[in-house]
Design a protein around this ligand. Structure first.
Ligand code: 13P
Ligand code: ZN
Length: 291
């Protein structure tokens, strides 16, 4: 099947009180690891790339690979651009078949953020593409952009409602205490804030910086209204560690199929575990056209 707009399956997850796992990919092997595990788990999945990955791998290569994956497996697969600050890059992604975009204007003053997001929503909705917005600033480092702890700001529930109403975004990323990258200390999620946001905002909520957050907190966040969980670092770490281990055991190894193949299997295991944690395994079979 072609790539799909993820909104339908995110809403299905919302209805069922589970979440869709969204994985940041960087190359062919990570794409394969994500879609193979998702297909085996019968989970709809969001494959996502940051603008930095598009620079690294090339938008044409990435989009072609994920389109092929969608044709090979009978699960719904969406291709999403993550943390994109640029309207121009959003246009390029849509032209290359992306079915979902995140416009990240979280660095901008509120009014400018709203204006940019609105413009993206108008464009994306005219061609059936979903839009994720962000309000508040998620701390940590993602794609070379570092939000220092002092700059990170939690989402204000009333502002979140006003932002969703003003922009028409389909989903909203909320800052409730997670951060991108490896945690320096144990993250503590603000569940009261999540519940206050949920009471005011109907659109599905997105949790960024999910790597390193304990399973119970993830489950609680899902029960509190999170419908999409973003995972990047927890795939990067097993990839790097596996490759390091291959070379530790066999320093003369030079066949990429061996070290990348081993890395892919390690990533696949994490994808499978996260899908089960999110509770979206089997969800593909509950969606029309995939039974
Ligand atoms: P982690 O790298 O902390 O998993 O964050 C993922 C993310 O939010 C991608 O947008
Ligand atoms: Zn993120």
């Amino acid at each position: 099947m072609p790539l799909v707009n993820p909104l339908k399956f995110i809403k299905k997850a919302q209805e069922k009180g589970v979440a869709i796992a969204a994985f940041n990919v960087h190359n062919l092997e990570t794409i394969q690891a994500v879609v193979e595990a998702a297909a085996e788990e019968r989970a709809p999945v969001i494959v996502q790339t940051t603008p930095g990955t598009l620079k690294h791998a090339g938008i044409e290569y990435i989009s072609a690979c994920v389109k092929v994956a969608a044709e090979l497996y009978d699960i719904p697969i969406a291709l999403h651009v993550d943390h994109c600050p640029s309207y121009k890059t959003i246009v390029q992604c849509i032209r290359n078949g992306y079915t979902s975009v995140m416009i990240d204007g979280s660095e901008l003053p509120y009014e400018e953020n709203v204006a940019l997001v609105k413009k993206v929503v108008e464009l994306a909705h005219s061609v059936g593409v979903a839009v994720e917005g962000e309000l508040g600033r998620i701390g940590g480092a993602e794609d070379g952009i570092t939000v220092e702890e002092r700059e990170a700001t939690f989402t204000v529930p009333e502002e979140a409602k006003a932002f969703v109403d003003a922009t028409g975004v389909d989903t909203l990323a909320v800052a409730i205490g997670t951060a991108h990258g490896v945690y320096k200390w144990e993250p503590k999620l603000d569940f009261k804030r999540l519940s206050d946001i949920r009471k005011l905002v109907d659109v599905p909520l997105v949790l960024h910086g999910a790597s390193g957050v304990d399973d119970d907190s993830i489950k609680r966040a899902i029960a509190g209204g999170i419908c999409k969980i973003n995972i990047a670092t927890e795939l990067k770490i097993p990839m790097a560690k596996t490759i390091q281990e291959v070379f530790r055991v066999k320093p003369e190894e030079n066949d990429p199929r061996n070290y990348m193949g081993a890395a892919k299997e390690a990533v696949k295991e994490v994808v499978r575990r996260k899908i089960r944690l999110c509770g979206c395994n089997g969800l593909a079979d509950e969606l029309e056209g995939y039974r």
